[in-house]
Write a new protein. Structure first.
Length: 686
């Protein structure tokens, strides 16, 4: 306890004793007081002063913890190291490992790196001395291996050398020796006994006995003769081929003798070879036979018509193959293919025009034509899987193309869904760029994120002639009449490069009007021109509150109609000598038309800077909007209550109350109480 803590209880009064009743102020918990009368140091506990005790005592108990023994309840106690609490070391010993060593009654610890083996006696299994092996002797040879290099008394090399000989199976590892009764595994780490070797040979079907072949006999087979046998020791056996019917044996080969045949080529592209062969394989007759084709037997292949001079193909079919026609006829020089009826089925004339169902195909100079029939109702039918899929036919000067499913026209592709450019589905919907139209006309054109440029017409391009006033149009009508009732039409104004024009909208007013009338036009400059019609809309905007717009013309607000404004005052622009905040009171004068007021009850007062005017006047000039009439916030000084008359004050730009103001000095009347120096007021200059 510091002396400062003791002194804080108060100042001394009397001759050396501090009487707590005479302390300055009331004691607080924790204050100290030294009572000289009773020679005691006391502390205030919040209720009374209590003295510190000066008695002494003993520690009531000391308990040995983990690894210790001893302790006691009083007096001097001793703690000893308890070796029975130590555990066995399970990890590796390193240089930093420490051991606890007991020497008689003294224990100490030492690092493993500092322990010498000489410190341990023989009773612990250690030797108390160290030294060097003084001699290593080498002698003798075992199975050809000799150990040399000794004796060694200090350092040196012992060499094991020689070649293994006289090695007995009994000296080997029994696991590496295969006996006769064991299985024969193909391994390179074991050896076979003699008995096991015999068993191995017998397992392959060989005999373990030995001997000499004493005789080889020879005899000829069919067509062969043999000489040279029998052989009892050594010699040569010869086999000879005897000449037979139709065979000639030469020194190096055997030839088959043919009869009645001339050596030449038999058969070519127009003929087939015919040969006769006897039982010995001799060709006794050879000739050629011209090809006679029965077209009904042709199922696949190619007929080279350069070889055909006068051929009629009857009953030509594809042999029931409905997926591909396996018959190809090339270079056909015949003028017609007869269908066994009274007229020619297919005709190819000298100009390579093709007629189907007619022998006189149309000849068009510079073109090869295909003419299908020359009677009303001629048609071509396209099948798949023996079912009609599509057709082309003519009737009463009409040309019809049809399909049982969707009708598609491809461009820029050899086929497939991706190449469809125009589709008419079974419901009559037309798709341009769409193979699955969902409307009467569905157009899937190119995407243009910006305005169309020269040479691009967007998704749908309506192009007209070059005359001024012409232009593509879209007409809207109904089934009741072929005349449309509305239209959108382009009007060409300049037909030069990057042509210029207007877009007009037409309607028919009454059914008796022969032509529709123009109702609205967007000209090339972007102006919207209405021709006598009313514009009905709930919002007429420039697109942004910060974007100015213009109304030109003599406009009338008819009876019953009103203008509504979001804001409350009528304001007019005036030039000011500085940029003033909304609500500032201005007066006439200064370096411009208006300046900030600074005089009480000033007759030069002009009004208040508008915050958000509903109607503005004189908007084209530079300056600020001055509220002429209406509800606006006004800067004020002093207390303001609703109905108070406001005039200018000595505080620059602020108004004040003067309910006895003279005419010509009044700004308006307060609508609200003042709040933070601002109130709302009805501005009416009087």
């Amino acid at each position: 306890m510091s002396i400062e803590s003791i002194q804080k209880v108060g100042s001394f009064q009397g001759a050396g004793n501090v009487v707590y009743q005479n302390l300055v102020g009331s004691p607080t918990t924790g204050d100290l007081w030294f009572d000289y009368s009773n020679v005691a140091l006391k502390m205030y506990n919040g209720v009374e002063w209590t003295a510190f005790s000066n008695t002494t005592g003993d520690i009531t108990g000391v308990t040995a913890g983990l690894g210790l023994s001893g302790g006691g309840l009083s007096g001097v106690v001793t703690l000893d190291l308890d070796f029975s609490e130590l555990t066995n070391m399970t990890g590796d010993i390193s240089g930093t490992t420490e051991f606890i060593i007991q020497d008689a009654t003294t224990e100490s610890r030492k690092a493993a790196s500092g322990i010498k083996l000489s410190a341990f006696n023989n009773d612990s299994g250690w030797t108390d001395n160290d030294g060097t092996v003084t001699s290593i002797a080498t002698s003798g040879t075992v199975n050809g291996l000799t150990l040399t290099g000794g004796p060694i008394t200090d350092t040196g090399t012992i060499t094991l050398g020689g070649a293994i000989n006289n090695l007995l199976l009994t000296q080997l590892d029994p696991a590496a020796v295969i006996l006769s009764s064991e299985s024969f595994a193909d391994i390179n780490t074991a050896v076979l006994t003699a008995a096991a070797t015999d068993d191995r040979i017998l397992s392959y079907g060989y005999s373990t006995t030995t001997g000499t072949v004493t005789s080889i006999g020879v005899s000829g087979g069919a067509g062969l003769t043999s000489t040279g046998g029998p052989i009892t020791s050594s010699g040569t056996i010869t086999l000879a081929v005897g000449a037979g019917t139709g065979l000639t044996v030469n020194a190096d080969d055997i030839a088959i003798t043919n009869t009645g045949v001339t050596a030449q080529q038999y058969g070519d592209a127009a003929t087939i070879p015919v040969v006769t062969v006897n039982a010995q394989g001799q060709i006794t007759l050879a000739s050629e036979l011209s090809i006679a084709i029965d077209a009904s037997q042709i199922t696949s292949g190619t007929i080279d018509t350069d070889r055909l001079t006068d051929v009629t193909l009857d009953n030509v079919t594809d042999n029931g193959n409905t997926t591909t026609n396996d018959i190809t006829v090339g270079n056909l020089t015949s003028t017609g293919i007869d269908d066994n009826a009274t007229s020619t089925a297919i005709t190819i004339d000298a100009n390579e025009n093709v007629g189907i169902g007619t022998s006189s195909p149309v000849n068009s100079a510079g073109y090869n034509t295909v003419t299908v029939g020359q009677v009303d109702g001629a048609q071509m039918i396209f099948k798949q899987n023996n079912a009609n899929e599509g057709f082309i036919f003519t009737s009463a000067n009409n040309f019809d193309i049809g399909a049982l499913g969707n009708f598609n026209i491809h461009a820029g592709s050899s086929g497939g869904v991706g190449g469809r450019r125009l589709t008419i589905d079974t419901a009559g919907n037309v798709g341009i760029g769409s193979s699955a139209p969902t409307h009467s006309l569905t157009i899937n054109g190119q995407d243009y994120t910006g305005a169309p440029t020269a040479g691009t017409y967007g998704t749908l391009g309506l192009i007209s002639g070059a005359a001024l006033g012409s232009g593509g149009s879209v007409t809207f009508g109904a089934l009741q009449s072929s005349n449309g009732f509305a239209a959108i039409k382009g009007h060409l104004a300049n037909g030069s490069t990057n042509s210029q024009g207007d877009l007009a909208f037409y309607t028919r007013n009454v059914t008796t009007d022969a032509a529709m009338s123009e109702r609205m036009r967007i000209d090339s400059s972007g102006d919207l021109i209405m021709n006598g019609g009313a514009v009905q809309t709930t919002i007429l905007t420039t697109g942004s509150s910060s974007t100015a717009g213009t109304m030109i013309g003599d406009w009338t607000l008819p009876a019953g109609s009103t203008f509504q404004a979001t804001y409350a005052d009528l304001a007019e622009k005036y030039t000011t000598d500085a940029e003033y905040e909304a609500g500032t009171v201005l007066k006439f004068g200064g370096d411009a038309e208006l300046t900030q007021s600074d005089t009480s009850n000033d007759f030069k007062v002009a009004g208040v800077v508008s915050t958000n005017p509903a109607y503005i006047l004189n908007a084209e000039i530079e300056g600020q909007y001055l509220a002429l009439s209406g509800r606006v916030p006004v800067k004020v000084t002093g207390s303001v209550c609703p109905g108070d008359i406001l005039v200018s004050s000595n505080v620059p730009g602020h108004a004040e109350v003067n309910n006895n103001a003279r005419s010509g000095r009044i700004i308006g009347k307060a609508i609200t109480n003042d709040a933070n120096g601002v109130c709302e007021a009805l501005v009416t200059l009087m």
